[in-house]
Design a protein around this ligand. Sequence first.
Ligand SMILES: Cc1cc2nc3c(=O)[nH]c(=O)nc-3n(C[C@H](O)[C@H](O)[C@H](O)COP(=O)(O)OP(=O)(O)OC[C@H]3O[C@@H](n4cnc5c(N)ncnc54)[C@H](O)[C@@H]3O)c2cc1C
Length: 406
Amino acid sequence: MPQRKRIAIIGAGAAGCFCAANIMEMSDECDITIFEAGAKPMHKLSLTGGGRCNITNSFSEVASLADVYPRGHRLLKGLFYVFDHDSACSWFDSHGIRLYTQDDNRVFPVSDDAFEVVNTLLGILRGHGVRIITNAKINGITRHDDGTFSLDGTAESFDRVVVTTGGIGNSQLMQSLGSLGHKIAEPVPSLFSLKVNDSDLTSLMGASVPMASVLINGTKLRAEGALLVTHFGFSGPAVLRLSSFAARTLAERNYNCDISINWTGRAEQSMRDELEALAKRYAARNILSAHPENLTNRLWAHLVGRAGIAHERTFAELGKKNMNKLLTVLLSDNYHVSGRGQYKEEFVTCGGVELGSVSNKTLESKAVPGLFFAGEVLDIDALTGGFNLQAAWTTAYTVASGIAQP
Ligand SMILES: Cc1cc2nc3c(=O)[nH]c(=O)nc-3n(C[C@H](O)[C@H](O)[C@H](O)COP(=O)(O)OP(=O)(O)OC[C@H]3O[C@@H](n4cnc5c(N)ncnc54)[C@H](O)[C@@H]3O)c2cc1C
């Protein structure tokens, strides 16, 4: 009779629990123990999507995975052939969780309740006799000459270990992984808003434009999308996207940099044409009486002021010089960023175990056979929209398949 595989999973988050559930459904020759540092399994999963759990995305508007996964898109492209968003939807559906897709392509449980996902996974784990040990933080992993593992602080030994400890955090475990031969990309936050100390700007709190472009000056790092002015500075999809693609650059600059905003997202000639048409049509009227498409009255007044144009002027009084100043402010309005803020409570980690340290087929460590990684502990992260959980499901399923093989 073959010996049962003893498997340790470190971290009872989305990836750890999904991995355990799949191993048990694929093989009846495994015993799994999950070690969780916190008091409850899947605490973060229960908070996702504002408590509704944005479980995945339909990907119907994703032309390339590189557009939504700044880190990890190449690896995920290969893994999606085996387990993608459709596979995830079918998996949850076949386990009793009905899903729906919002107009913005984000997928949620019909119950709009993240606890449905948590409790379903917990039910599967309990049904298969998976042990979950909470308040059990693991700080190190040792691999013995016979190929078995022991974990710092536990007396048992294991045949396979899966690390699913999520994003920014445990530096001791990361150090242990580093000394075992894995390269670690320094973890830094991704998905945040930008702090701008400018009371004129922040007094516009709540103002937004549907399509802006934000550039970090002196770089090619630019992102487009809706832009929101907050009490703190800038937020909204364009900024979140920029914070994700520029996560490392912004961390290196200690969140201090100059940005340039194109409030219209449009090219110079098209904007010039619109301004000239406005000036011609409303020549005798006050400059605040009409404004370019997609700008609000409040924002227009702010931008006119930033261009140094008195609010009393008429369009006819603008002249070429002021027209150029207005264009400059509309198309490349500069602000100094002096810090970062939060986007709701949501953030993910850029960095972690470098993807070159793992097999791109099984996510098994190249340095330590028998050791696997899934979820955000890997250097994979995405924009908001369900893409991060999808990465957790895909990588966890991949590891489960590798481990469950006879
Ligand atoms: C508030 C919030 C909302 C979010 N909403 C969404 C969303 O709606 N959709 C989406 O796609 N993504 C969302 N995300 C991102 C998503 O939650 C994560 O990408 C995902 O949870 C990663 O799964 P994981 O299992 O890798 O890590 P986690 O879910 O973070 O789980 C890791 C687990 O490991 C444990 N752990 C850590 N170190 C140790 C250790 N040394 N020993 C033992 N245990 C340890 C932790 O306590 C934790 O329970 C959200 C993130 C946040 C913060």
